[in-house]
Ligand binder design. Sequence first.
Ligand code: ZN
Length: 133
Amino acid sequence: MTNAEKIAVVNGWQNDPGVHPLTCGHNAAHRPLVARTEDGKVILACPDCAYTQTHIPDVVFAHAPLPRDPAELANAARDLKAQFDDAHKKGMAALKDGDYKALGEAIERERTITEEQATLIPPPDATKQPAKK
Ligand SMILES: [Zn+2]
């Protein structure tokens, strides 16, 4: 897990109204601790005093939504790719036949498949560079 991911997990916990936020070790009335990096490590710091802690409880990470199983993701992606190829083939055949209704349906099908493909991957983290090919 990268530091950016750890900070995102801590922020998720601190902003979740369903759990008790991590608070200052000096004064629990201070505002919830804020995650930041210090010397390359993620630490928790009190915004109201100098209190910091390096320990982030395991329960915070256990709380984070688990990434989907890569094998399951790959299968889902392959399945959608096959569906897309099928729709594309139908679209090309419809174009050849001059059947514009079928072509429109095939394009619409391709569009929904593309949208489903996009949901397989969580929205990109703004703090990360886009993956290079
Ligand atoms: Zn404090």
